[in-house]
Design a protein. Structure first.
Length: 338
């Protein structure tokens, strides 16, 4: 066969392959369009600029199907159902405040893993930390100075009881890393507790960038603990408190509480604890909520409940009245930018 004939065959083969690829692309686009038409109520997300310095915005992990799934997205606080703007990059857990963000994400490579990534106000990575387990909680202090994250080292649920966690706190000002809260001194009922089964999760920070609250699990019970970073201590405050969230004025803690008689897989109900009086208020949300609630305002809480595409964000008054309201469809891990 002559060289000219070979070249002609090569050109024809290339043209055929290009045609096949074009047809496949068009068919894929048609299928995507059909899927969109089949889900008329699904939120719309478009890639754009998202920053931590846009006041009046609600940021969250987008769970709507599409190329922006798992991307941090932004909507106006006044119209959370508006089309969302999504930033590039995936996060499994996220939180932000005062220009600092924390993103827990999966890593690539031969052996999959996870990492905690500190983000600047434009969501650019500043520092990365290894995260030896499945991401579950993340929080940034109101000033943006402190960031905390929790991973499951073993087990994948708080419900069953057979799990182990690792919780870390990083100080962006000093560079100090408390890589494991289990290294701090625990004072339980006025006495130092040296039990080997301590597990911590759900950090929430006070405004002084020293005190914080978290959950301690030990001996088959859970406790609200108040931590002091300077003294490296944790004091138990109250039993049966999980995933605390300190109110903006520092006087109340929202949390999930195990309810006697509830199913083992869905045992929790949201409550609010007044730290001054010790009074607990059960909220009007009757579904089991396995989430660390967020104070949307000083009077309203935001939390995730399982939904069609993973989870939806709902809101409820913090005084025990009102009714649950769907706030963001297909979203989780929220942060309020003020």
């Amino acid at each position: 066969m002559s060289m000219r004939a070979r070249l002609l065959i090569l050109v024809l083969a290339t043209a055929v392959l290009a045609s096949v690829a074009a047809v496949a692309t068009l068919r894929a686009a048609d299928r995507a369009a059909e899927r969109e038409r089949a889900r008329p109520g699904e939120p719309v997300a478009r890639t754009g600029t998202v920053t931590l310095r846009q006041p009046g915005r609600l940021l969250f992990r987008n769970l709507a199907w599409g190329p922006q799934r798992d991307h941090i997205s932004s909507v106006p606080l006044t119209t959370p159902a508006a089309p969302r703007t999504a930033a590039p990059g995936n996060c499994l857990r996220f939180h932000a405040a005062a220009g600092t963000g924390i993103c827990l994400r999966a890593t690539g490579g031969v052996i999959p893993g996870h990492e905690a990534v500190l983000l600047d106000e434009r969501l650019r990575p500043v520092r990365t930390f290894p995260a030896p387990g499945m991401p579950t909680r993340a929080r940034v202090s109101p000033s943006g100075r402190l960031a905390a994250w929790t991973v499951f080292v073993s087990g994948d649920s708080y419900a069953g009881g057979a799990f182990s966690t690792r919780t870390a706190i990083y100080d962006t000002r000093t560079g100090a890393l408390h890589a494991d809260l289990e290294k701090l001194t625990v004072v339980k009922d006025g006495h130092r507790d040296r039990a080997a089964d301590h597990n911590f999760w759900g950090v929430t920070f006070a405004a002084d960038d020293n005190r914080f609250y978290a959950t301690l699990a030990t001996g088959g019970h859970t406790y609200l603990v108040e931590g002091d970073l300077a003294l490296r201590t944790l004091h138990t405050v109250r039993e049966n408190v999980e995933c605390p969230s300190l109110s903006p004025d520092g006087t109340r803690v929202a949390f999930k509480k195990r309810v006697p008689g509830a199913p083992a897989a869905t045992p929790w109900r949201l409550h609010v604890l007044d730290l001054r009086t010790g009074r607990e208020t059960a909220l009007a949300e009757r579904r089991s909520v396995d989430d660390q609630p967020l104070w949307l305002t000083g009077d309203t809480l935001l939390y995730a409940v399982p939904g069609d595409f993973g989870a939806d964000l709902w809101s409820i008054p913090a005084d025990g009245g009102g009714t649950p309201r769907l706030t963001v469809k297909s979203g989780t891990s929220p942060a309020v930018i003020t």
